[in-house]
Ligand binder design. Sequence first.
Ligand code: BTN
Length: 251
Amino acid sequence: MDKTDLNKLPDGFDHQAFLSIDSTNKEAIRKLEQGDASGLWITSSEQTLGRGRSGRDWVSKPGNLYCSLIQKVGDDIQKSAQLSFVASLAVRDTICEFVESDLVKCKWPNDILISGKKISGILLESYQDKQGWNYMIIGIGINVAHHPDKMLYDATHINEQVEHIFSHVDVFFILTHKMSKRIGGWQKNGFDHIRSCWLDHASALGERISVRLPNEQFEGRFVDLDASGALMLDMDGEIKHIHSGDVFFAE
Ligand code: BTN
């Protein structure tokens, strides 16, 4: 990336930084309650109530990147779901600025892995204002200086993978540019392009996986993403389309 870009936001975006906050996603909702805030990035050095997918906590001690982007979307719910893959690719592009790109993979639905270990997580939440406008809040956590002990998955952080020490601020500005590019590409070229880029870097494509949902678990071969981004699982010839869940790889 051009070094002149590193400390400024791409055009059309704003940034509000906090030292400590409950959750940048919650702050995004508070901002939206005050009016249209599309294009606003919110960052915080720490979160006291960081939230992960499926109601889990996201441990948010200082050193890592915690941020949320507010993005206005039309009334097509499918488009909102597509943003999950747009954001994943932007996070992957960001990580690839630091780490050898062959090692950086996308794990369905929106995690990024380095050598099989989780480096980031994305939590998307929707919001509709009183006029009926829809927004997505794209909450992103990237492990920069530390990672949690193994909980559901093995994890890593950027500074464990590289020789230099980077700060969450370095990572944030790169992310804003990667996100702007990916959102622009998606708006211009549609979801097919995003879907095929994501598949190019997908982890465990063609392999046996299990997918855990709150009350059931499915096992099969991960064969594709459908046009909506659902994971297609080949279960002995029957293709199941899965819209949410946690993926585990065969040992
Ligand atoms: C996951 O469970 O993998 C998703 C984690 C998302 C964490 C980020 S950190 C910034 C934003 N604010 C939150 O409370 N959560 C998201």
